[in-house]
Design a protein around this ligand. Structure first.
Ligand code: AMP
Ligand code: MN
Ligand code: MN
Length: 320
């Protein structure tokens, strides 16, 4: 059932024992939203447990409470499972099976499949963190400096630090409020931008893998398992093909293991969420992803021909 944010706050108020989760391969938005909502719920004396079916990337360990996020195992007692920043229950991995509690999903992905018992979806929000900010306001929750840092991270990472097309006046207004509540933009930006040397060294090889298709409108990078092993993160790599003059769609192929390729797409105009959906993934118009089975050559052929149709048809373009 679709619910208003006010109704979502009431559902949260009624529950006492709450599990909060987000998508696998956690990013700043999913993790920041989980940490912020969980801290706010705990301040109302709720029992809150945070679960993510994945490791939390080192770069986000500076966020307070990240150390309390658990990996799912066995069954967990709860009144409510809150799923943040995930458009599909497949995206929460094993967390799906640790409880039979009703699900409240709060999300901003256009590809959301409305799988939850209750869902609040705002595809205009730049980040789930922006929605959580409005929710905390309705709940009259105190925005502590830790909540402010978590939500600032959530919002800033999903809108490319206020540069992408999803950045709105509301995005910046909420970010400004978070700064008033103690978020430190310079510290958060510097922490997230600082990369281990292994990542910069891996970047040299990543750039060697650059390929172009469709008269330079499509640019790809490809990371094989060895290279993925060698770097602590691949965050930001997609921006290199994305930022090349004339490139309309950028793709990162990550061969996480033989026979499985994780794909990230970024675009200027083409709706890449539709391409990702075609292959069982999802995302936003200008940033989407999917995981495809098969060897890298076959996967590349399949995905690039789908992109080729979208880049050249003009039909998938959308209004600004
Ligand atoms: P990424 O390229 O991993 O930064 O993801 C870009 C956007 O697409 C994010 O909003 C992701 O949540 C979404 N996304 C990535 N992979 C998938 C997937 N396999 N299924 C659904 N959404 C995805
Ligand atoms: Mn996310
Ligand atoms: Mn998000």
């Amino acid at each position: 059932m679709e619910v208003s944010l006010k109704r979502a706050a009431e559902i949260l108020a009624k529950a006492n024992n709450i599990i909060v989760t987000g998508h696998i391969y956690p990013d700043g938005d999913s993790l920041g939203s989980i940490l912020a909502l969980s801290e706010a719920l705990a301040s109302f004396n709720k029992k809150v447990q945070m679960y993510i079916d994945d490791d939390i990337p080192l770069v986000y360990h500076f966020l307070k409470g990240a150390e309390n996020v658990q990996k799912p195992e066995g069954k967990v007692q709860a009144d409510l499972l809150v799923v943040l920043d995930a458009s599909d229950d497949e995206r929460i991995g094993k967390v799906k099976s640790i409880t039979d509690a009703p699900i409240l999903n709060i999300d901003h992905h256009i590809s959301n499949i409305k799988f939850a018992d209750y869902w609040y979806l705002d595809t205009k929000a730049a980040a789930t963190g922006e929605i959580i900010m409005a929710l905390l306001n309705i709940m009259h929750a105190k925005i502590t400096p830790d909540i402010a840092a978590a939500l600032y991270t959530a919002i800033a990472t999903d809108c490319g630090f206020f540069r992408y097309a999803n950045t709105t006046a509301n995005t910046m207004t909420q970010a400004a409020r978070l700064i008033e509540h103690g978020a430190k933009p310079n510290i958060i930006a510097e922490t997230l931008e600082t990369k281990p040397l292994n990542t910069i060294l891996a970047l040299k090889e990543v750039l060697d893998s650059l390929e172009f298709y469709d008269d330079g409108k499509v640019a790809t990078i490809t990371l094989l398992p060895e290279l993925i092993e060698a770097t602590s993160t691949t965050e930001g790599f997609i921006n290199y093909p994305r930022n090349i003059e004339g490139v309309e769609v950028a793709v990162m192929f990550k061969v996480v293991e033989e026979g499985s390729v994780r794909i990230s797409m970024r675009s200027k105009e083409v709706d890449v969420s539709k391409i990702a959906l075609q292959f069982g993934g999802g995302g936003h118009k200008r940033a989407a992803g999917c995981t495809m089975p098969g060897d890298i050559k076959a996967v590349k052929d399949q995905l690039l021909s789908a992109i080729h149709r979208h880049v050249n048809s003009g039909q998938m373009r959308f209004e600004q």
